[in-house]
Design a protein around this ligand. Structure first.
Ligand code: C2E
Ligand code: MG
Ligand code: MG
Ligand code: MG
Length: 275
């Protein structure tokens, strides 16, 4: 029986692989067009303190595909990385974010974070690009936060550190996103000019697992030791929030508070007094 299964698996495998390749190629050329036709937008998810007050906002890319509807960034960001389109996408996100910071003043929108792809970060003119965007929009640089992943540190750590120092000279904020899932050793952390660590959602989701709870507590302790802000991602329940607060976390992002929303919805949320 195993043999028959094995054989049928082999015969079904190839067509589906071919379909997958075709689907990806189609999606890639669609993405190219989407950039030109302005079918991309940013959604905004607030980050809050324990009282629910908004301390910052993360910008998240959205693609409204002509026929497929919403395509998840988890699907198209890797495609954009491979094809190099991520550079254009990243520049678009940067411009859009700076415009948003310009339109909403610091009292309403203290800080906006954007996600930076490792490939974009490694471009030789990345720092100049950030500097141009920030000064062009005339915004206080510390209101823009760049979320980097541990991936930017893997290959050329010293180059990455140098770049991060240049970015700090400009004055923008630096965060490590999805912290805890990468291959990083903890020892490099103190060499990095960071402002914030974001605890990956996967640990927050499994907080009732003692191992994950221990990891979360360790990340929080490291953050405190290095005087970094720590943001817990993907907070969905009251129970998670309680455990996080008990562990010393003071900033949160997740559906429990706010889902990612349109710019106009964000404007209303930022105006509403919180209770
Ligand atoms: P990320 O930067 O870690 O963003 C957080 C993701 O978690 C977002 O998914 C957000 O919608 C989701 N999320 C927030 N709160 C909750 C929650 O309580 N529960 C659950 N289940 N999910 C929650 P999204 O928007 O699908 O983005 C996925 C990833 O795509 C991002 O992860 C980021 O790595 C990447 N991405 C998104 N926008 C950009 C962008 O403009 N540039 C780059 N390079 N990457 C981006
Ligand atoms: Mg992020
Ligand atoms: Mg994250
Ligand atoms: Mg993520």
């Amino acid at each position: 029986q195993a043999k028959t299964q094995g054989r049928s698996r082999v015969c079904c495998y190839q067509p589906s692989m071919q379909l997958e390749v075709e689907r990806r190629l189609a999606l890639e050329s669609d993405l190219r067009r989407a950039i030109e036709q302005n079918r991309l937008s940013l959604h905004y998810q607030p980050q809050v303190d324990a009282e629910g007050g908004i301390v910052g906002v993360e910008a998240l890319l959205r693609w409204n595909h002509e026929t497929r509807g919403g395509v998840s960034p988890a699907e198209f960001i890797p495609l954009a990385e491979e094809s190099g389109l991520i550079i254009e996408l990243g520049e678009w996100v940067l411009r859009e974010a700076c415009q948003c910071l310009q339109r909403l003043d610091a009292d309403r929108l203290p800080r906006l974070s954007i996600n930076v792809s490792p490939r974009h970060f490694s471009e030789p003119d990345f720092v100049a690009c950030i500097e141009r965007a920030v000064s062009g929009a005339r915004i206080a640089p510390e209101r823009l936060m760049l979320e980097l992943t541990e991936g930017v540190l893997i290959d050329h750590l010293q180059d990455a550190v140098n770049k991060m120092q240049e970015l700090k000279r400009i004055g923008v904020g630096l965060a490590i996103d999805d912290f805890g899932v990468g291959y990083s050793s903890l020892s490099y952390l103190r060499r990095l000019p960071l402002d914030e660590l974001k605890i990956d959602r996967s640990f927050v989701q499994d907080l009732d697992d003692t191992n994950d709870a221990a990891i979360v507590q360790t990340i929080i302790a490291i953050s405190q030791h290095l005087a970094l802000d720590v943001v817990a991602e993907g907070v969905e329940t009251d129970q998670q929030l309680t455990l996080l607060i008990a562990s010393g976390c003071s900033r949160f992002q997740g559906y429990y508070f706010h889902r990612p929303m349109s710019l106009s919805a964000l404007g209303e949320v930022l105006l509403a007094p919180h209770c």
